[in-house]
Write a protein of this length. Sequence first.
Length: 200
Amino acid sequence: MLWTIEGKKLDSLILNRIKPEKFTKSSRGFKKKFSLRRFVSAESVHRLAAFRSTIEVMLLDGVLTREEKRLIIRLSSCLNLDSHQPAEIYQAIMDNVETEKGDILTAEEQHEIYKTVFEVAIINASLSKDEFRVMAHLREIFSIDDEEHNLVERELRDMVKERFEDPNVVEKTLNTLRDSVRVVTTLFDNVRKKNNGETR
């Protein structure tokens, strides 16, 4: 099967041109809380394996949309991948071959990655069904519980209020965040119930 980006062939391996930017914490509110709370996320999530599994989720429908590409760029940046690694992992998925798992992410890294990718999605108003599925996947593999998920939501609310001056923009973005949190929570709960063998 030939993967496409919005109907165009991926002959040139567009992921090769991804240039991960230096990863920095973007929320001042998070910086204040970072040293005060010890995050309890998954203990053995590997850097490259997390990237690969997320791309595989995006490719379930055989298409990479522009919004998904945007999330890929930010995710590769958050994970501090080398410039050649996204394309290599993508090609490995295409060829159905194994890849290295990479080093283990700390709980703090998992928290920041989840929050940053969520931030990209809501700021760009790019949360379609596919993006919701990606966020639910990240929450699952990072084992982000309700308490930490609520903390991420509060941090993003603070970020929105700090970043935008227009009250209308703030209100619209906060509404997007609220709706997004609800949908991601529902998808995550469905995945959790399925993994636990629950029928309801």
